[in-house]
Design a binder for this molecule. Structure first.
Ligand code: DC
Length: 230
């Protein structure tokens, strides 16, 4: 079996996977690829340009007309047609647009190719929902990072309080988390699921620092076992 040199990290939102994936890449000194940022950028820009997301052929011509770039410079995580979207994609309303656009088959096909080209035999950490199952089924290391719905809602609540936006209802957040899970897991194309050969890491009862050192250890062992140099 030949492996691709990608470390695939999948899981639902709020599981801590972004923090874990980013820190793991930094610790190993390798590229970090955030695929959620790509869906966010497409959702944001399609909305800005008034594209009807229920019309797949309109979405297809939008995709063929744009230039999407990931980390084209040190300061820009993601841009479309030269416009840096790194900050804008984190705005609250963009989560919903990203979720809607991520259900459209031609969007998934477009990003599948984009993500494969980007990783193109580089050693990297790629984070998303379908990396270990669809994008890089041959990834040499696969993790599915998750946490209970209650813990994920609480983490989101704490984040909002930290930002001074604490006037939200925890129970409502719990419902939102559940709704997003159902959508991500229930879509027809590339649904969120743990690959058969991925290791499930439940962070509900773990500090993120311990998760990172656990994964780092696993990756190093696996890399030396199959001869990938980090
Ligand atoms: O991880 P995130 O919250 O930035 O992801 C934004 C949206 O994109 C979310 O609704 C799930 C979707 N997504 C996806 O369908 N496949 C991926 N590989 C990454 C994200």
């Amino acid at each position: 079996m030949s492996y691709s040199s990608v470390i695939a990290i999948d899981g639902p939102s709020g599981s801590g996977k972004s923090t874990v994936a980013k820190s793991l890449a930094t610790e190993l000194g390798i590229l970090y690829i955030d695929t959620g940022a790509m869906f966010r950028a497409l959702g944001y820009m399609a909305n800005e340009r008034g594209i009807d997301l229920t019309d797949e052929s309109a979405v297809e011509s939008f995709l063929s007309s744009i230039k999407l770039e990931y980390q084209s410079s040190k300061d820009s995580l993601i841009s479309i047609d030269g416009e840096d979207l790194s900050g804008k994609i984190r705005e609250h309303h963009v989560s919903k647009l990203a979720s809607i656009i991520s259900q459209i088959p031609c969007v998934r096909t477009y990003l599948l190719e984009f993500q494969r080209n980007l990783a193109n035999s580089k050693v990297c950490v790629m984070e998303g929902r379908d990396i270990g199952t669809v994008v890089f089924p041959s990834a040499f290391c696969k993790f599915f990072v998750t946490a209970s719905i209650e813990v994920r809602a609480q983490r989101r609540f704490d984040q909002l309080v930290e930002k001074g936006q604490g006037d939200v209802d925890l129970e409502q957040l719990r419902k939102d988390v559940k709704k997003r899970d159902d959508k991500d897991m229930g879509r027809e194309v590339a649904p969120l699921k743990c690959a058969d050969d991925a290791e499930l890491v439940d962070t509900s009862e773990m500090e993120l620092d311990s998760v990172i050192s656990y994964l780092k250890n696993k990756v190093s062992n696996r890399a030396s076992e199959i001869g990938i140099s980090l």
